[in-house]
Design a protein around this ligand. Structure first.
Ligand code: SF4
Length: 87
């Protein structure tokens, strides 16, 4: 079941923005204006980072092939972003 907060997300119903490899900057900016960014970051802290996204919660997820070092970098970035928004 989709958490209710996702209904208010700036990315709701706009999956195309995650599929454009040249759209990362736009996606990051969108996340920073999203009213549910806190909930989004909390969700990643609790459940991990979705591998299907290039950007989530304002964090760039896929710049390389997603190896272990990259996954650690992403989770550090998620924790940092979460702290910035008071999660
Ligand atoms: S912060 Fe970004 S990825 Fe998360 S719900 Fe909002 S728009 Fe979507």
């Amino acid at each position: 079941m989709t958490p209710y907060w996702r209904d208010s997300a700036k990315c709701a119903g706009r999956s195309e923005i995650w599929e454009d490899p040249d759209g990362q900057d736009y996606a990051v900016a969108l996340c920073h204006r999203c009213p549910v960014r806190r909930e989004c970051l909390q969700d990643m802290l609790a459940h991990g980072v979705p591998c299907s996204s290039q950007v989530r919660g304002g964090v760039v997820i896929r710049r390389s092939d997603g190896d272990a070092a990259e996954r650690k970098r992403v989770m550090r970035a998620v924790r940092r972003a979460a702290q910035e928004v008071g999660v």
